[in-house]
Write a protein that binds this ligand. Structure first.
Ligand code: ACO
Length: 399
């Protein structure tokens, strides 16, 4: 009920850009996206090459420090992370304070926020040594916290990390191992998880990353900033879509609907139904991450014994959509979430953990972006303007 152009005149030279559709809040040298061409690069390296040749640990190093590590640098990074995996026993005590059925995302953000209380002597964002040790602590401890949040939600005991294992192996063992049993590592699973984490590692100024930067712009420490990012990721419009895709596929299966009939419902916008896992604000072409996942989904699900029928439904939906004018005209293609839920499920993770897995993957991106922001002389405290639509001045009623 208000006229934006009038409001703009009243406020002076202020750009009105809800959702920051066309506003760059920063320069950045970390991630390049060309949404029309379907290109994604970390520090200049195409995502396809990193997916094929690199590891999550190496990609984390690349994002955070700017270049691929030498073998010695990678080994040192790995060792430092292995040395910092233990959680303070008092922090472990936090897990007992949440309700039994707590969602693991708020447990994760609370515990990451609480890290500031355990490392009060090394939180200065402008002290490079503090930043470095906080970086390693977060990389080492966030997967452990994530696994404990999962164990807590299923009522199982929390194991101590085993530092003979790398970050991904340790996370799998802490998530699925039991005290009295030897955990059998499945290299197919660890390799697949490593790949999915690489694909989620950064995506420039998305909602959670922008949150990390905005909170950090007040000179809040790294733990506080990343904790805020985790809460932003918790929202279903951001990190929760992989869970929604799986629910949709299961619904189609349970109702015995043909994929083509479901597509008609989507096109007619019946009950606001959307094809979950399709469309993206930036990609108006096939999401390059979805392409990589699709290529490996069959192989991984074949080996893990995933639900073939759900995969078939997904493939048929995709095939129909790519040939349909509704989707072609609107440039709707599968995004990264279309196949990931199926793979996470086949690995044994409950649906509540899907967004947590996204958070583990996105962590090096958040850290890299926060560090870039802290070192950028152009950084100012984030403080958007507004267009006021409320009451004009009015007087408090006299008695
Ligand atoms: N299924 C059917 N129609 C769709 C879909 C979809 N998945 N996505 C967009 N459309 C249609 C809209 O109805 C609209 O059509 P109209 O012009 O006839 O009204 C048109 O395409 C444009 O859609 P917008 O919502 O304006 O596009 P926007 O860029 O704002 O939204 C979004 C992008 C939120 C991702 C959207 O495509 C969507 O809701 N997708 C499904 C949810 C999903 O998969 N989210 C994950 C995103 S990726 C990530 O977070 C990692």
């Amino acid at each position: 009920g208000y006229d934006v152009s009038k409001l703009l005149k009243q406020t002076g030279a202020v750009a009105y850009d809800p959702g920051f559709m066309n506003t760059a809040a920063t320069t950045s040298a970390i991630t390049y996206i060309d949404g029309d061409a379907g290109i994604l690069r970390y520090r200049g390296y195409p995502i396809e090459q990193l997916a094929q040749h690199s590891s999550f640990l190496e990609v984390s190093y690349l994002l955070i420090y700017g270049n691929l590590p030498t073998p010695t640098e990678l080994e040192a990074f790995d060792q430092k992370i292995r040395r910092h995996t233990l959680l303070h026993e008092e922090l472990k005590g936090f897990f007992g304070g949440f309700p039994r059925d707590a969602h693991p995302m708020p447990v994760l953000s609370s515990a990451v926020s609480a890290l500031s209380t355990f490392y009060q002597d090394s939180l200065d964002p402008f002290n490079p040594e503090h930043v470095e040790v906080s970086t390693i602590r977060l990389m080492a401890k966030l997967p452990v916290i994530a696994a404990y949040a999962h164990k807590k939600s299923i009522g199982q005991p929390m194991l101590y990390p085993d530092n003979s294992m790398n970050l991904v192996e340790n996370f799998m063992r802490l998530s699925f191992g039991l005290p009295a049993e030897q955990y059998e590592m499945d290299p197919v699973v660890t390799k697949a998880l490593d790949l999915l984490l690489i694909l989620h590692a950064d995506h420039e100024q998305n909602c959670s990353t922008s949150t990390v930067r905005l909170v950090g712009s007040s000179n809040a420490n790294l733990f506080a900033s990343v904790s805020a990012g985790i809460n932003a990721l918790f929202g279903p419009a951001h990190g929760g879509a992989n869970e929604a895709v799986l629910k949709m596929l299961r619904q189609i299966q349970a109702d015995g609907i043909k994929p083509e009939d479901y597509m008609e419902k989507v096109k007619n916008k019946e009950d606001g139904v959307r094809l979950m896992g399709f469309g993206h604000r930036v990609y108006k072409n096939y999401d390059p991450r979805a392409k990589i996942i699709k290529a490996t989904a069959h192989e991984i699900l074949g080996k893990l014994g995933g639900n073939d029928e759900l995969l078939d439904i997904a493939m048929r939906l995709e095939e129909k959509a790519l040939a349909d004018d509704y989707f072609i005209q609107r440039k709707l293609y599968p995004n990264v979430d279309f196949y990931t839920g199926l793979i996470y499920k086949a690995m044994g993770f409950p649906e509540k953990m899907f967004t947590v897995l996204f958070a583990i993957g996105r962590l090096p991106g958040w850290i890299a972006q926060w560090r870039e922001m802290i070192n950028d002389p152009q950084t100012k405290i984030g403080r958007p303007r507004q267009l006021y639509t409320g009451e004009p001045e009015r007087n408090y009623p006299a008695n």
